[in-house]
Design a protein around this ligand. Structure first.
Ligand code: CP3
Length: 341
């Protein structure tokens, strides 16, 4: 689950009463402890390191504050001089705490439970760097892209190079796979994604020596970008509930695995609705090459027992059968979602 370590867990809220978000993220013992909370309580199959996509912004020398209203970049990047001044930082020096948290997790979980590292994809980090804060449509970021395409391209390239080093350090520390969050990719039209973000993402993934560590690429509301997303070099596309999973698998299933795509708000409803949603998602892909996931972050007011029902429904669908092949058949035979009466 995205944000599987977070505010829906009482033990997370208790720890956050004593420590700020950035303090937790920057203290390896605390970051590892918080990352393990959902593993202990829910038995998830993989543990994602607790951090945030904006942590590298600071290391690139664009300081951040994480307040109640979300993250803020204190000096937004709006000029080519500011882009020039951003640094492709050394992760061993500037963000060592992330790799240290991964090392602690890999050690305490052992080889049977994968630890996931992550970072923002270039466009999504650029949205925050240029806009300065989360804002519908990220108009300042788009304005810079249209007005100064050369500057924007440099910004994306710089982020891609810094992020590649940042993720390599996470892989060296024991991350079994890395996830790139391109949450705001869908804000771009298909030509702009193709022209700006596709080459930046390709560069980033190439720098990671593809084939060695799986790369999962998450994007929201980006059905119009599929033919580009499959060209990024990512091994897995993580998609939201707007995506037709059957169509995605039919068209691109031989090139990428699929992750997703339950609407997090389903976890605010009944156990039966949660189980139905899981079965419907798995039915669409017949369970093949499919990592069950939420299509976006778990909502802070999600009841813990509903998060558990989600995890158990996915695990039950997998466990019911011995082999992947019979799994696929079983899941294909699952009943469709109960119709309205
Ligand atoms: O998935 C995980 O469990 C790992 C931790 C993780 C966080 N943020 C922790 C977090 C991950 C993978 C992220 C990624 C992230 N951060 C994204 C991409 C995914 C997405 O949500 O679209 C983005 C856009 C951010 C930026 C960000 N961080 C925002 C917009 C906010 C404020 C909104 C909110 O939900 O509070 C954050 C804060 C944040 N990052 C929290 C957590 C657990 C809440 C902090 C708290 O108050 O304790």
């Amino acid at each position: 689950m995205m944000r599987q370590a977070g505010r829906y867990l009482p033990e997370y809220r208790a720890l956050r009463e004593k420590h700020s978000f950035l303090e937790v993220a920057k203290t390896p013992d605390l970051a590892a402890e918080v990352s393990l909370q959902p593993y202990r309580r829910l038995g998830v199959d993989a543990v994602i390191v607790f951090s945030d996509i904006l942590i590298p912004a600071e290391a690139m020398s664009a300081p951040i504050e994480l307040g109640d209203a979300g993250p803020v970049i204190t000096a937004p990047v709006r000029t080519s001089a500011q882009v020039e001044a951003l640094s492709v930082f050394d992760p061993d020096r500037e963000t060592r705490f992330v790799a240290d948290a991964i090392r602690l997790l890999a050690k305490s979980l052992g080889p049977g439970v994968p630890v996931l590292g992550f970072a923002a994809a270039p466009w999504t980090l650029a949205c925050y760097l240029v806009q300065g804060a989360s804002r519908e449509g990220f108009p300042a970021a788009k304005a810079l892209l249209w007005n100064e395409p050369g500057t924007f391209r440099k910004l994306l390239e710089k982020i891609a190079r810094a992020t590649a080093l940042y993720l390599k350090a996470q892989i060296a520390a024991g991350a079994a796979a890395v996830q790139l969050f391109d949450t705001w990719a869908g804000e771009l039209d298909a030509p702009a994604y193709w022209e700006f973000e596709l080459p930046a993402t390709q560069l980033l993934i190439e720098e990671l020596s593809p084939g060695k560590t799986p790369v999962i690429l998450f994007s929201k509301a980006s059905n119009h970008l599929l033919s580009s997303l499959v060209r990024t070099g990512a091994n897995v596309l993580s998609v939201d509930w707007r995506m037709d999973l059957a169509g995605l698998q039919r068209t691109f299933g031989d090139r990428v695995a699929i992750q997703g795509n339950i609407d997090p708000s389903v976890l605010l409803s009944s156990r039966q609705a949660i189980v139905n949603s899981v079965h419907e998602a798995l039915r669409q892909t017949r369970g093949r090459g499919h990592i069950l996931n939420l299509g976006h972050g778990i909502l802070p007011d999600t009841p813990v027992e509903n998060a558990l029902a989600f995890i158990r429904a996915g695990q039950a669908a997998r466990m019911e059968n011995g082999s992947a092949e019979s799994d696929a058949v079983e899941i294909a035979n699952m009943p469709e979602r109960t119709p309205f009466v």
